[in-house]
Ligand binder design. Structure first.
Ligand code: AMP
Length: 284
């Protein structure tokens, strides 16, 4: 497993797959790796001859300085996990100074869908996400890049960027990996206290309950959302940021849900200072 910290080393090492005509798969991460990340990596190694994983905590996507400072970091553990897998070809671990030299100022404008859902409370978040993904795609030129369904808004916005900027990389969305009690795995889960950890699965339970109501015939989003809200708020200390049922094509709220069409039930909520997101994606 090659480890590169400098963009120059990365370019040099990427000559290996280019010369041998190997397909390059890419998994961008912010580290503090868990089974969710590892499942993306497994899919990537299965589908490609050369797998690149990046670990970079992108300062430009944090709208909250404290969140950035406390974001879990453990490169030694992450590299150990990746090494153990035995089939990862290259890990790119750049520094903020290399990714954002002082003179850098151009950023990607993520368009209107970036202001919905997570974008409402995280100003500038998707501008930062698209800028770093754009830079990494330019540096690595992957044939295929792998992302998790947990961050579906991120996936939709990256897909839009790839389309609008005529980029050649194919995108793959992989399923959300969960703890046994349903909680979506996240690097931020380590911040939950033990009582918060006990309450955390309520968010996904509410989404499942809402999905069940729709499958049973409920068509009013408002009624489904009300039921989900009650479930999340009852006996927990969650503060809900949003609980929405949206159309994946434009992320607009759906007032009527029709299971013959795609929809996403999406939620973001805070337990103490930890923000959790989750969703159920319905594709008929
Ligand atoms: P992050 O390190 O949080 O920026 O995530 C890196 C990639 O892993 C993103 O594409 C995420 O959507 C994905 N990811 C994070 N958590 C999970 C999960 N529980 N299951 C599947 N993919 C995930």
């Amino acid at each position: 497993m090659i480890i590169c910290e400098k963009p120059g080393e990365l370019f040099q090492q990427l000559e290996i797959p280019a010369e041998r005509n190997l397909s390059v798969g890419f998994v961008p991460t912010m580290g503090a790796l868990h089974e969710g990340h590892l499942s993306l990596i497994d899919t990537c190694t299965t589908e490609n001859n050369f797998t690149v994983v990046s670990i970079f905590i992108n300062p430009k996507q944090f709208n909250d300085e404290k969140d950035f400072k406390t974001y879990p970091r453990d490169n030694a553990r992450d590299l150990g996990l990746l090494q153990e897998k035995g089939n990862i070809d290259l890990v790119f671990l750049p520094t903020p100074e290399d990714m954002y030299p002082e003179h850098a100022e151009v950023m990607v404008d993520p368009g209107v869908m970036a202001h919905k859902l997570c974008g409402m409370s995280r100003q500038g978040h998707f501008r930062g996400v698209l800028t770093i993904v754009n830079k990494l795609f330019n540096m690595i030129s992957p044939d295929t890049a792998y992302f998790g369904a947990k961050d579906f808004q991120q996936f939709i916005l990256i897909s839009k960027m790839v389309e609008d900027f005529n980029m050649k990389t194919r995108l793959r969305m992989c399923p959300t990996i969960r703890e046994e009690d349903g909680l979506a795995m996240s690097s931020r889960n380590v911040h939950l206290s033990s009582s918060e950890r006990d309450e955390a699965p309520s968010l996904f339970q509410a989404l499942e309950m809402g999905y069940h109501q729709i499958k049973k015939g409920e068509r009013s989003s408002l009624l489904v959302i009300e039921k989900m809200m009650t479930h999340v708020l009852e006996n927990t200390h969650f503060e809900i940021d949003y609980l929405s049922i949206v159309n994946p094509a434009d992320l607009e709220d759906l007032s009527e849900v029709d299971p013959k069409n795609p929809f996403i039930i999406a939620a973001a909520a805070c337990l103490g200072s930890t923000r959790l997101i989750d969703n159920i994606f319905h594709i008929p």
